[in-house]
Design a protein around this ligand. Structure first.
Ligand code: DX5
Ligand code: ZN
Length: 226
């Protein structure tokens, strides 16, 4: 049974009380904290940068899974390292030299992940599989929390899982966008083991309980995976 990792996205948190919100999901058993960085250029929205990552770093020792939805990510590796990020996830679409960027992230002392948008084919990550510790399959178009899960992405997750087996490379398979207690089941059955969830956790009055419920749903699906 694959180990399930729950990574709440603070994008949907109440930023007036960010510390309290992070502490709530930690208390609920979150494994990682997902930080969504948006620049208004690679995606149509602007969120936050290294300062907020540094603030979250002061609240928890959980790994900070930092998702860069920005253009020219190579210019921001060190600032996010300095802010305390543990993993940088970069979009294959955002750089011409993905291998060089992954190497740069690892040399800076972080784990490296690669993300692809819904319309980007898996071939974009095939050659980098042995070099990354995580592949993120976007299950919405990046830019906003609270969007509907794109069900067609389940087949992409299945194909990625098979591709990893063929290539004998075993990165985490993360899904991000529209994940709740229902969509998590299909994603885990398809082969995902890391679930990012923003609005389904932080729109609840009890985010800790929401994390527990999401884990329960995901783990019951994982028990069916051989
Ligand atoms: C989407 C971000 C996601 C987002 C997920 O652009 O990468 O991490 O916060 O939010 P929900 O879970 O609300 O779809
Ligand atoms: Zn994200």
């Amino acid at each position: 049974m694959p180990e399930i990792i729950i990574a709440p996205s603070i994008l949907s948190a109440d930023f007036r009380r960010l510390e309290e919100q992070v502490e709530a999901v930690v208390a609920g058993g979150a494994n990682w904290i997902h930080c969504d960085v948006m620049d208004g250029h690679f995606v149509p929205n602007i969120s936050f940068g290294p300062m907020i990552v540094a603030a979250v770093r002061k609240v928890t020792e959980l790994p900070l899974d930092t998702h860069l939805m920005i253009s020219r990510p190579e210019q921001y590796v060190q600032p996010f390292r300095d802010a305390g990020a543990d993993r940088l996830i970069v979009h294959a679409e955002a750089t011409v030299h993905l291998h060089r960027l992954v190497d740069q992230i690892k040399r800076a002392g972080m784990l490296a992940g690669v993300a692809i948008n819904p319309a980007t084919p898996l071939q974009a990550v095939e050659e980098i599989l042995p070099d990354v510790d995580l592949v993120l399959i976007m299950t919405v178009n990046p830019g906003f929390g609270g969007q509907a899960f794109i069900a067609n992405m389940l087949d992409k997750v299945r194909r990625l899982k098979r591709l990893c087996e063929t290539r004998q490379a075993f990165p985490h398979i993360e899904v991000d966008g529209g994940i709740d207690e229902t969509t998590a089941i299909g994603a885990v059955k398809a082969g995902a083991n890391v679930l990012v969830a923003g609005s389904s956790i932080f729109s609840q009055s009890d985010p800790a309980q929401a994390v527990r419920r999401l884990r329960k749903a995901a783990e019951s699906a994982a028990a069916l995976v051989v």
